[in-house]
Design a protein. Structure first.
Length: 142
């Protein structure tokens, strides 16, 4: 297993665990901070895919603007979390059903049609393959 694969699995694990903590955290501020961690890890995965522009856009737009604004709003409001959590168990069966359906759909897609293919070379704006070492960010600027 090469280094990129190890980094991918590490970042994927961090994204999944941080996402779980977003929905299970008792404090809304902690949930927002775990969402920031998930965004940074997703940006790292975009970097592994050589999509630098998307990684920077994710971090700048979502973490830099949206999450900071959300964090300030959550910190300014006095939210009664106990009242929100009181009806959790009444909605849980429907949420569990939706979760099982989503997992079944993902399994059907991944187990049915998932196979490795040879990646196509990146194409430039003129349709020609990019030379080795070229960056899609530079191509986007061109």
């Amino acid at each position: 297993m090469d280094f990129q694969t190890i980094v991918f699995y590490f970042l994927s694990t961090v994204v999944v665990l941080a996402s779980l903590r977003v929905i299970t955290a008792k404090n809304p501020v902690h949930a927002a901070l775990f969402l920031v961690l998930a965004f940074f890890s997703a940006g790292g995965i975009w970097m592994l895919l050589h999509a630098e522009f998307l990684a920077i856009a994710l971090v700048m737009v979502y973490v830099g603007a949206v999450m900071v604004l959300f964090l300030f709003v959550v910190m300014m409001l006095d939210i009664n979390v106990d009242a929100l959590r009181s009806k959790f168990w009444t909605h849980f069966p429907f949420a569990a059903l939706v979760g099982v359906i989503i997992i079944a759909e993902m399994a059907a897609v991944l187990l049915g049609n998932f196979h490795e293919t040879v990646p196509n070379p990146m194409r430039g704006a003129d349709g020609m393959p990019l030379p080795p070492g070229a960056s899609n960010t530079k191509e986007l600027g061109r």
